[in-house]
Design a protein around this ligand. Structure first.
Ligand code: AMP
Ligand code: MG
Length: 488
C-alpha cells in the first residue's frame, strides 16, 4: 500500500475531461531529501485524511511530489491573465495539480503542490518556491479560514533542502494547497483566447458543475453563472474590507471562480486605517490599494464577462448587452453589501438614512488619526479605549455620541449589539510585524514555536484570549512593515 493510500487520498482527475490544451501532464521534480516542516492536522481531519497512520518522513515524500497517489495524473493548468492591466499567457509555472480529492460526502477539493518544479508553463522561471513565502501563505490562508472568509487552505509545507536563487540564496520549499478548484478568471480568458467556443463551454460547464450546480437547470445557465460568480466576489471583497485585508495582486489569474481568496503573495492586513494602503513591493502605482479592491474586482469581472460573451448569446451585440446588464450592477450590489457589513461592525440594527454618513464619519477620523482598524472596533464594543491619541480627539468624542444615539435605535438589547460587533470584528489578525518575526525565526533558526503560537491564536480570532494579548498590539514605529514581497 502506498503512503498516499494510507493517507486516504481519494484522487480523481476530472480536469482531464477538458480539451487537452487546457493543461499539460507534468510530474513534480524529484526531491532528494524532503523534510516535513509543518502539517495541518485539523485540515487533514476535515478532509478525512489520516495523518496518524503515516510518519513525517513518508508524509514529506507525498507532499513534495515524490510519491503520487495510485492512478493520479499530475497536471499543470493553462491559464492567461491581466497582470496589472496587461494581458499575458500564463499557466502553472511552478505548480502541479495532483488531482481532486473526493471526500466521503462527495465534495471535491484540488490538491496542488506549489513550488514543485518546472512545467511547460514555466517560461523563464525556475518552478521553485522559497520557504518564507510558502510559510507565509500557510499562515495567512489559515488565518483567513479562522476569520470565516472563503479561502484556499494549506495542508503542509515541505523543505526541499535545495537552494532557490532570488536576490539572495533562499531555502526551497513546497506548499500543498487545497482549493475548491483552481479555475480562475484567467482560465476563462485562456479559453476565450483560443477562439473556440467549445472549449469555453466545456470550461463553463465544468465550473458550473463544480461550484454552481444550482444554475445547471436554468434556461440561461451562463448568464446566471456570471451573476453568481459576481455575487461571490462581492461577498469576498466585502469580507476583505471587514477585516482590513489587502490582497496585493488582484490580477485576473489570481481571482478564483469559486469565490475563494487565492494566491497569497504580497498580501497583508492593515494596522492603522488608511484606504490608500498598499503593501506590495511590485504594486508601484497602488492599483490594488485597500480601497481599490472593489473597483478592481469589478474590472476583473468585466474581463470574465468579455471572455464569456460567446456563451451569453450568439448575436455579439445582444451578448454585450447581457454582459453589461450584469457587470454594471456591481457597484450598487457592492455598496449595499458593504454598508450592511459596516453596520454590523458598528453594532447597528435596522437601516437608517444617516448610516452611511455615520460609517464614513468614523473612517475619516480613523484615517486622520491613523487609528488601528482592528483594535478600534473592539474598543467600541467594550467602550474601553486605550491611550492612543485618536480616542481623545474632539472629532472622535463627537462621533461617539452620534453613534451611541444611533445604536440605541432598533436595538433588541445592548448585549445584542455587542454580540453582533464581536462576531464581525476580529480581536486578532495576522499582523505583518508578527508574521515577519515568526517567518524569520522559522527560516533562520528553524524555530517554529512563534509560528505555531501565531497559528493557534489565529484559529479563533473573534475570541479574546489574555494569553495572546501581545499579538494584538499594533507595531511600534520601528517594527512597521511597509512592503511585502511577491511570493516568488
Ligand atoms: P503569481 O505571481 O504567483 O500569481 O504567478 C504569476 C505567474 O508566474 C504564474 O503563471 C506562475 O505560475 C508563474 N510563476 C511564478 N513564480 C514562478 C517560478 N518561480 N517559476 C515559474 N513560474 C512562476
Ligand atoms: Mg497567481
Amino acid at each position: 500500500m502506498s503512503s498516499c493510500d494510507t493517507l486516504g487520498l481519494n484522487i480523481e482527475n476530472s480536469y482531464l475531461s477538458l480539451p487537452e490544451h487546457c493543461y499539460a501532464k507534468a510530474q513534480p521534480a524529484p526531491i532528494e531529501s524532503p523534510f516535513l516542516v509543518i502539517k495541518n492536522v485539523s485540515l487533514a481531519e476535515e478532509l478525512s485524511l489520516s495523518f496518524d497512520q503515516i510518519n513525517d518522513t513518508d508524509l514529506a515524500q507525498v507532499f513534495c511530489g515524490n510519491v503520487v497517489p495510485t492512478g493520479a495524473t499530475p497536471i499543470s493548468q493553462a491559464y492567461a491573465g491581466h497582470q496589472f492591466g496587461n494581458f499575458t499567457m500564463l499557466g502553472d509555472g511552478r505548480a502541479h495539480l495532483i488531482g481532486e480529492h473526493v471526500l466521503p460526502d462527495g465534495r471535491k477539493v484540488d490538491i496542488q503542490l506549489k513550488g514543485s518544479g518546472r512545467t511547460p508553463f514555466s517560461r523563464g522561471g525556475d518552478g521553485k518556491g522559497a520557504m518564507g513565502p510558502m510559510l507565509r501563505e500557510y499562515i495567512i490562508s489559515e488565518a483567513m479560514y479562522g476569520l470565516g472568509i472563503p479561502t484556499t487552505r494549506s495542508l503542509a509545507v515541505v523543505a526541499t533542502g535545495e537552494p532557490v536563487y532570488r536576490k539572495t540564496v533562499l531555502p526551497g520549499a513546497i506548499l500543498t494547497r487545497v482549493a475548491a478548484s483552481h479555475v480562475r478568471v484567467g482560465t476563462f480568458q485562456y479559453a476565450a483566447a483560443q477562439g473556440d467556443t467549445d472549449t469555453l463551454k466545456k470550461l463553463a460547464d465544468f465550473a458550473i458543475a463544480r461550484h454552481y450546480p444550482e444554475v445547471q437547470q436554468s434556461e440561461t445557465p451562463y448568464f446566471d453563472f456570471l451573476t453568481a460568480v459576481m455575487q461571490r466576489q462581492i461577498d469576498l471583497i466585502v469580507d476583505w474590507m471587514r477585516v482590513g485585508f489587502i490582497h496585493g495582486v488582484m490580477n485576473t489569474d489570481n481571482m478564483a471562480i469559486s469565490g475563494e481568496t487565492i494566491d497569497y503573495g504580497p498580501c497583508a492586513f492593515m494596522d492603522a486605517y488608511d484606504p490608500q494602503t498598499v503593501f506590495s513591493s511590485i504594486d508601484v502605482n497602488g492599483r490594488y490599494a485597500f480601497a481599490n479592491q472593489a473597483p478592481l474586482a469589478n474590472w476583473n469581472l468585466a474581463r470574465l464577462a468579455e471572455a464569456m460573451l460567446p456563451l451569453l448569446d450568439t448575436d455579439s451585440k445582444v451578448a454585450v448587452k447581457k454582459a453589461e446588464q450584469i457587470i454594471y450592477g456591481f457597484d450598487d450590489l457592492f455598496q449595499k453589501a458593504w454598508l450592511d457589513m459596516m453596520c454590523k461592525k458598528f453594532g447597528l440594527f435596522g437601516e437608517e438614512d444617516q448610516d452611511r454618513d455615520l460609517v464614513d464619519g468614523l473612517l475619516s477620523v480613523m484615517t486622520k488619526q491613523k487609528m488601528d482598524y482592528t483594535n478600534t472596533f473592539r474598543a467600541l464594543s467594550t467602550l474601553h479605549f486605550g491611550k492612543e491619541e485618536g480616542y481623545s480627539t474632539e472629532d472622535f468624542v463627537a462621533w461617539l455620541e452620534i453613534w451611541q444615539a444611533r445604536q440605541a435605535l432598533n436595538q433588541p438589547s445592548p448585549e445584542a449589539s455587542k454580540t453582533l460587533m464581536d462576531s464581525h470584528n476580529p480581536w486578532i489578525i495576522p499582523r505583518n510585524h508578527q508574521v515577519e518575526e515568526a517567518l524569520e525565526l522559522a527560516e533562520e533558526e528553524a524555530d517554529l514555536s512563534k509560528l505555531h503560537r501565531l497559528l493557534d491564536a489565529l484559529a479563533s480570532p473573534y475570541q479574546e484570549k489574555e494569553m495572546y494579548l501581545d499579538l494584538t498590539l499594533p507595531p511600534a514605529p520601528s517594527d512597521r512593515v511597509y512592503k511585502t514581497f511577491c511570493g516568488t
